[in-house]
Write a protein that binds this ligand. Structure first.
Ligand code: 5GP
Length: 113
């Protein structure tokens, strides 16, 4: 059996984290090494290693995650100013192979105008 990812351990409450939202499909936590003043990770509870591994059967989950991005942005009062990043694969900087969405606010990134 594959070793649990760090995020699986967080989901299973075997590792501590600051949880800001949780439901049956996902959990949102503060990033341990924030790259912006607000940096949240919205993590799928279903283990999909990366977004390019997702399939039709994940359609509801993926829609749910994006809806939660909006909900969480309103919860944090950043709904008018945040960036969403999904790293896909080691070469693209992905370090934890467990689907998650970065929600970041309060920093200007070089790829924005
Ligand atoms: P990736 O590079 O895979 O897209 O993003 C992984 C993110 O997880 C990084 O921003 C990193 O700081 C964060 N991270 C890694 N380990 C932990 C941890 O144990 N707890 C929390 N809260 N975040 C973590």
């Amino acid at each position: 059996m594959m070793d649990k990812t760090i995020f699986q351990k967080i989901i299973d409450k075997e590792m501590p984290s600051t949880v800001i939202y949780e439901d049956e499909l996902c959990i949102a936590i503060e990033d341990i090494a924030p790259a912006a003043p607000i940096h949240i990770l919205l993590i799928s509870k279903t283990l999909i290693s990366k977004i390019s591994d997702s399939r039709k059967e994940h359609q509801y989950l993926l829609g749910h995650l994006l809806l939660k991005v909006g909900d969480i942005s309103r919860q944090l009062g950043i709904e008018d100013s945040f960036n969403v990043i999904i790293n896909n694969g080691k070469k693209a900087g992905m370090t934890v192979p467990h689907l998650h969405i970065h929600i970041m606010s309060g920093k200007k990134f070089s790829f924005t105008s």
